[in-house]
Design a protein around this ligand. Structure first.
Ligand code: ADP
Length: 410
């Protein structure tokens, strides 16, 4: 036990310093439930290190792309102080509500949109609010807005890695983030910060999009690199994340945005990104697979490294075909990931897990969903339905020196 009273061996640590992130250990879950009339399958945050790099544009284009594939799509405009989503879609009507909640507005192609601009009298009224009010408004867009059935909800996050984005990360269960950057950014630093924030909060980074990558000469087609050579490949390699796309500066795109007609834009720059997101999430719910759950027998074990049993679920056509419990004694800690691999495991569901063990799982090609607690059968049923979200209750305190963790997995 450390001086601050936090024992990060627990995945449900309620220590004050822990919940503030001070000890780097386990964190309390602050996740909020969405409105009871909502069924939202995937929530994807679009983040950037600073404003003006094209985050809202990429959010909008991804939403349009997914809508064209036939999905029900929503955009939650969490960029409260710089809301631009309604404008690029040409939405002028305000949001309406009744005793059940607030209804989003709908674009020409039926994308649902909620933004603070749909609540303000005038679009150009500045939002001069302090952080907690801003974060509270975003939370309400999640808890009080009646989104209905949505396959993909895209969150246009506030820029940066400060207090407001952090609160959003803690309160809305994100399935993944896309980082948007531009070549003139202090790219590697900014991408690394966004990456670290997502990693701390247990949210997978789906990839990076580089906006304003180049300008295409309208006469000869030459690509002019206004901001110099792109560094995005080397960063993505260093961090092990995918480049999902590169967008040129395109005056015709800016013009469509100004006219509120982004849905008419037809270039394929983000097709790969949309396809990747689609495949990534379809794969999870349909795949025939072996799923391992760290367990004490009935419930998900609090700690991966010292867990003595795993229950393996064989999933075929989205149903549990068989289930067996195996002992890990003799194969714990660093040996666990390769041991699970020999059992044919593709995905693991866990409570707390340290950084080294996460790395070990990834190196063995095993995806994981961490910070989970509760009955193993119920958790697996949620996984198959696609509603199991990573929790914030994981132990990330394995590489800190002074803080003593009881797991012995250092
Ligand atoms: P952010 O959300 O990061 O603050 P926006 O997406 O609102 O940035 O983009 C800022 C402005 O730059 C918008 O007016 C947008 O139309 C324009 N813009 C962004 N990316 C491009 C691009 N690739 N080509 C043309 N205009 C762009």
């Amino acid at each position: 036990m450390s001086d601050d009273g936090c024992n990060c061996g627990s995945s449900q640590c309620g220590s004050d310093s822990c919940s503030s992130g001070g000890c780097g250990g386990a964190q309390q879950s602050f996740l909020e439930n969405t409105h009871e009339l909502n069924s939202i399958k995937r929530v994807i945050g679009i983040v950037s290190g600073k404003g003006g790099v094209g985050k809202s544009l990429v959010t909008s284009m991804l939403a349009v792309n997914m809508r064209r594939k036939g999905y029900n799509v929503g955009i939650l405009d969490a960029d409260i102080t710089g809301p631009s989503i309604p404008k690029v879609f040409g939405i002028t009507k305000k949001a309406e509500g009744n005793e059940f909640g607030i209804y989003p507005q709908i674009t020409h192609n039926d994308i649902k949109v909620m933004s603070v601009n749909l609540l303000l009298d005038k679009d150009d009224s500045p939002v001069i609010w302090r952080g907690p009010i801003i974060a509270g408004t975003v939370k309400q867009f999640w808890t009080d807005v009646i989104w209905g059935d949505v396959d993909y909800l895209f969150l246009d996050m506030p820029p940066g890695t400060g207090d407001v984005p952090l609160t959003i990360f803690q309160s809305i269960p994100l399935d993944g983030i896309v980082i948007v950057t531009s070549p003139q950014d202090l790219v590697s630093l900014i991408v690394k910060k966004a990456y670290n924030m997502a990693e701390l909060m247990n949210v997978p980074v789906l990839g990076i999009v580089e906006n304003m990558s180049y300008l295409k000469c309208p006469d000869c087609g030459t690509e002019i690199k206004l901001f110099g050579e792109s560094k995005i490949e080397s960063i993505s390699e260093k961090l092990g994340i995918k480049v999902l796309g590169k967008l040129p500066i395109d005056p015709s795109l800016a013009e469509l945005c100004d006219k509120g007609e982004i849905e008419k834009y037809n270039a394929d720059y983000l097709d790969y990104a949309a396809q990747y997101i689609e495949e990534k999430f379809a794969e999870r719910s349909n795949k025939n697979m072996i799923l391992a759950v760290a367990t004490d027998g009935l419930n998900v074990s609090e700690h991966f490294g010292k867990c003595e049993t795993f229950t393996l679920f064989e999933i075929v056509d989205s149903e549990v075909k068989s289930k067996k419990t195996i002992s890990t004694i003799g194969n714990q800690h660093g040996n666990l990931p390769p041991f699970l691999k020999t059992q044919g495991v593709q995905t693991a569901i866990l409570g707390g897990i340290g950084g080294g063990a996460k790395q070990g799982l990834l190196e063995n090609g095993i995806e994981y969903i961490a910070g989970i607690s509760g009955n193993i059968d119920e958790v697996v049923a949620q996984y198959i339905k696609g509603t199991l979200k990573p929790g914030a209750g994981e132990c990330s305190g394995h590489d800190h020196g002074e803080h003593s963790c009881s797991c012995g997995n250092h």
